[in-house]
Design a binder for this molecule. Structure first.
Ligand SMILES: [Zn+2]
Length: 320
């Protein structure tokens, strides 16, 4: 790494740092192949020649060319790595979220390109571990919320259509699970009924953990596996350690981000916004923006998202 220009900690430093294509390329290569051996993403061959003028490799195994983007969320994107780096930086570090319109304006690209870019970055932000939350002596809050397009934020025709076809179902139930002093997870659930709700809890929380929920009857029965205590919000919001206040904070941040910047999130895409918000929450105490940025960049490899996968549609005029 360049000794004069240290790794950026602020947006201004990031713009300067990634304005140099050679430096950006070196950074991307180090992230992509941390062991230091450049490997063909198609055939895993390590026999290749580097075409320095185009910053790509020719693989002697499969006789094809590859770039540092192949096999990452950046694959097939004609946008330069400098733009990608700044987009990742902004999405990772804007506490209340940032809209595709703002990203588009900041980078001089269309809103549509920016929207697609942001979903790819969110995919990299999905970093859930296979380990469950909670454990012996750990306290876990569980709470549900309804997230969805508030009628006033929708275009009139969309609003009318939704009201006719969906009614109240325009809001999507989400279950949040938060380990105090640890991480939060939030997932779309099919309904607030007992079965899907408890299945979600059991999948993500270690048995025997202390569990705090509100008085929703769907939670009844969890006492068999957990030290379950209920706070009845009709009576009080806090009773000693029995509360779900940390999750309430998480919901209000999530709702503020969705309301303020994302205007209208289709239920189909909601899980990606949840990934984004849980990531930001879980790493909010990181030392600085640069550390958070680097953490997301560590996840971009071996993840791909094509436009057709994202929308069910095909397009070839995305990045103009
Ligand atoms: Zn190859």
């Amino acid at each position: 790494m360049n000794a004069i220009l240290k790794f950026p900690k602020t947006l201004q430093q990031a713009v300067a740092y990634f304005s140099d294509p050679a430096r950006t390329f070196d950074y991307a290569v180090k992230l992509r192949w941390p062991e230091g051996t450049v490997t063909c993403p198609r055939c895993n061959s390590t026999e290749h020649s580097f075409i320095s003028t185009r910053r790509m490799w020719f693989c002697k195994g499969c006789k094809k060319q590859f770039t540092v983007k192949v096999g990452t969320v950046f694959e097939d994107s004609p946008l330069g790595m400098d733009k990608w780096m700044i987009a990742v930086w902004l999405i990772t570090n804007c506490k209340n979220g940032i809209s595709s319109y703002e990203i588009g304006r900041a980078l001089g690209i269309t809103q549509k390109s920016a929207w697609f870019m942001m979903h790819r970055v969110r995919m990299a932000m999905h970093s859930e571990s296979f380990f469950k939350l909670g454990g012996h002596g750990k306290e876990v809050e569980v709470d549900e919320a309804f997230i969805g397009g508030k009628a006033r934020n929708m275009h009139r025709d969309v609003r009318l259509r939704k009201m006719v076809t969906m009614g109240d179902k325009a809001k999507t139930p989400v279950l949040g699970i938060l380990e105090r002093g640890g991480h939060v997870r939030a997932h779309v659930i099919s309904s607030r009924k007992k079965k899907p709700l408890q299945a979600e809890v059991r999948q993500h929380v270690v048995a025997e953990s202390a569990l705090f929920t509100d008085a929703l009857p769907s939670y009844e029965g969890l006492i068999r596996d957990y030290k379950h205590q209920v706070i009845d919000h009709a009576v009080a919001y806090v009773d000693g350690r029995v509360h779900t206040n940390n999750l309430e904070n998480f919901w209000s941040l999530l709702k503020r981000a969705l309301r303020g910047t994302y205007v209208n999130v289709e239920p189909f895409h909601l899980f990606r916004y949840l990934d984004e918000q849980t990531f930001r929450w879980n790493y909010r105490k990181d030392l600085n923006d640069g550390v958070r940025f680097h953490r997301v960049m560590n996840h971009v490899a071996r993840k791909r998202l094509t436009y057709s996968e994202l929308t069910g549609k095909d397009t070839d005029s995305l990045h103009q």
